[in-house]
Design a binder for this molecule. Structure first.
Ligand SMILES: CSC[C@H]1O[C@H](OP(=O)(O)O)[C@H](O)[C@@H]1O
Ligand SMILES: Nc1ncnc2[nH]cnc12
Length: 286
């Protein structure tokens, strides 16, 4: 069970094209093991001198992009960040746009999501004799942004959508699409972490008539610039997040303590192994 030498407050999960945070001074790099296995990458702990806060960073698909969206160890990632002390998670994701106005290069904060994953990814910490049902009606804990209150569709992948699917998601009210938004957001809620995904539009998927469909080359082309913008955005957001943590705002009031009202299984009836795993996540409760 790894601890950081530093008191971590904020966690950042980098997605496609964002494998490190160049603007931050790395203090240590941790190889972590959790009851749910090892996270996607070593976790770097960086100091933000001006704010006196420490930021943990994980590369979701591994440092060299070796994990596909189905293979990402979402539970280990969230559990490790929680165990290190994080209270707020900011996650970055390259997304396809399902709307004309969400052009490649734009950043979007979704407030809703539609789960189109296929049950292949472990998606809860509460199993094996400890059952909890957390509220997930409002999956994100956002602030303000140019494009907010949008709906993210999370598909299984790794192949991109067909044109028929892309049109269907638009008809459902989807605004952006990715492959790794879930179960990350659900697990963050179960870990009592305030969580927000920052979606970086890279393409128009394949719904536009007469236009070439999304492909990895075009995504990575746009991500070069998006990656730089994401790093800059992190530096701008850290003071606000640090402030929110101090004040107990930023969604913390909504998520901290929810396990005590969501867990149905009496402590005495939870098998010892399950309780030990959940203790890693919520030492105050299990
Ligand atoms: C290379 S495009 C598909 C890939 O990009 C997104 O990754 P992430 O969310 O980690 O930035 C999307 O979810 C897919 O995994
Ligand atoms: N069009 C798309 N579909 C799914 N995930 C994506 N990530 C980036 N673009 C995407």
């Amino acid at each position: 069970m790894t601890r950081s030498t530093y008191p971590v407050d904020i966690a950042i999960i980098g997605g496609t094209g964002l494998y490190s945070l160049p603007g931050l001074e790395v203090m240590e790099t941790l190889e972590v093991e959790t009851p749910w296995g090892a996270p996607s990458s070593p976790i770097t702990i960086s100091r933000v001198k001006t704010e006196g806060v420490y930021v943990a960073f994980i590369a979701r698909h591994g440092l060299h992009h070796t994990l596909n969206p189905t293979e990402v160890p979402y539970r280990a990632n969230i559990a490790a960040l929680k165990h290190l002390g994080a209270r707020v998670v900011l996650s970055f994701s390259a997304v396809g746009s399902l709307r004309e106005e969400l052009a490649p290069g734009h950043f979007i904060l979704p407030s809703q999501c539609i789960d189109r994953t296929k049950g292949l990814r472990p998606h809860t910490f509460f199993e094996g004799g400890a059952i909890a049902h957390v509220g997930f009606a409002d999956p994100y804990n956002a602030g303000k942004c140019v494009h907010k209150d949008k709906t993210l569709v999370c598909m299984e992948g790794p192949a991109f959508s067909t044109r028929a699917e892309s049109h269907m998601y638009r008809a459902w009210g989807g605004d952006v699409i990715n492959m790794s938004g879930l179960p990350e957001a659900k697990l963050a809620r179960e870990a009592q972490l305030a969580y927000q995904t920052v979606c970086m539009s890279t393409d128009y998927d394949c719904w536009r008539q007469g236009e070439e469909a999304v492909n990895v080359t075009s995504v990575m082309e746009v991500m070069k610039e998006n990656g730089q913008n994401a790093s800059a955005l992190v530096l701008v957001l850290i003071p606000a997040l640090a402030q929110a943590i101090k004040a107990g705002d930023g969604g913390l009031k909504e998520v901290e303590g929810i396990i005590s009202t969501s867990c149905l299984t009496p402590l005495k009836d939870i098998p010892e192994g399950t309780r030990a795993s959940l203790h890693y996540l919520h030492p105050e409760h299990f």
